[in-house]
Ligand binder design. Sequence first.
Ligand code: SAM
Length: 487
Amino acid sequence: MNREIKDTPVPEKFADLARESLGEENAEVLIRTLSEGIPVVSIRVNGWKAARIAGNADEGDSSGIMSAAQSFFPDRALRRVPWCGEGFYLSGRPVFTLDPLFHAGAYYVQDASSMFLELIREAVERYEKSFWSRPLRLLDLCAAPGGKSTQLAGFMGPEGILVCNEVIRSRAGILAENMARWGNPNVLVTDNDPRDFSVLGEYFDLILADAPCSGEGMFRKDSGACGEWSLENVKLCAGRQQRILSDIWGALKPGGYFVYSTCTFNRLENDGALDFLEKELGAELLEVFPSQEPAYGIVRTERGGYQFVPGLVEGEGQFFALLRKPSEKGGRADGVKERGPCGKRKNKYAVAECPYVSPGYMLVTAGDLLKAYPSGQAEEMKFLESRLNCIYSGVAVAQIKGKDYVPHPDLAFSRALRQEAFFTVEVSREDALKFLSRETLHFPEAPAGYVLLAYRGAGLGFVKNIGNRSNNLYPAARRIRMDINRA
Ligand code: SAM
């Protein structure tokens, strides 16, 4: 039965397990913070869009990123998230739905602890210089709604491919929408069970498994999560995590990196999974910090994983660990053959032409949809589409209607957009919100035809200007439903 311990509302068995998992002192901080604290608000900026919006920053320029982020929230005090150059804490919670930059994918609202991937990026680069500039094949196995996928997408060079997978179909749709807003063209979204990836053989250079867990790190954000906690569920989650790990391990290349994470605090799910990875799957656990001690107040667990503990760090709970698959090839137990080297397939797809897309992309028709793939990755992305249950890939460019190419809403967000192809109207915040609510707008200064609307330089979508009014092409399913006059 759940009952209060001391003056805290957390379940007693949760508190006991926290003490076993984190040590007495850390657990007391956690329990106190979970019962008293209010979650902090943080965002992670989309580097390439911020650079464009601010007009004064390179993608990797940290002071430029800071001033861009500050310009997104002029009424808020911003502080850097210490472990992530693109992460910022905000003083208070804005109504994000009423910020056009949120809809444009200029930033992602994300718990600061979840931004730990930056630490992984640095660690992997220490193990293998120039790792991130290689033509990587990355998998985010449990990806919806897309917080970590958007961060991973920013790590890849232009020759990389990121597969963002989500087994629950309805959540995969949200994931696809978030990835479209983020704007990277070398991304696929799939809706597969982890075991389906065995068709690819040992394919990925890095796999992230942000596993479904008992969600103890959500206690402050969602009081229901606290009420639903039970030891039985923790054990159930631990068993499911181990099944997921066995199912996906074969898809990692020998020598490839594996990131395991959860948003929970207990050793059964966290250290238990590391134990399983090492003993059953032969994974090698790696250090994430250059000196063995973790930085930023992050706690090292007994088994060698890393734990964000609210109260010791500014953020919610998150556990993470970096592992590697041994390089020696042992041959696969399941008899799946490894494919030959990537990128050697012949270009056998129909190629179309369309001025809406920058050079360097291959255009392909899929029914009446015109899509673009980065030329160098097109064949590999089509191969992945053929093997997986892919619901999104590359960039949706246009709907083909006879001789007319109706620009697709996703194109407005994408790096692939050739902006000169469209007359662009820079809209006010008020008009941006009207557009995002699918209201009809009037642009007398714009020529007839398709017009791109931008807010502070970030693409929002298209209208078809027909003289005295325009047709709003923003998708009905994405429209803002709240009262925009609250803005
Ligand atoms: N990585 C996401 C992010 O940063 O936005 C959060 C992922 S959430 C912690 C875990 C995800 O795993 C959920 O989207 C859930 O639907 C998915 N999931 C649930 N059961 C699963 C299973 N058996 N195999 C793989 N994924 C599963």
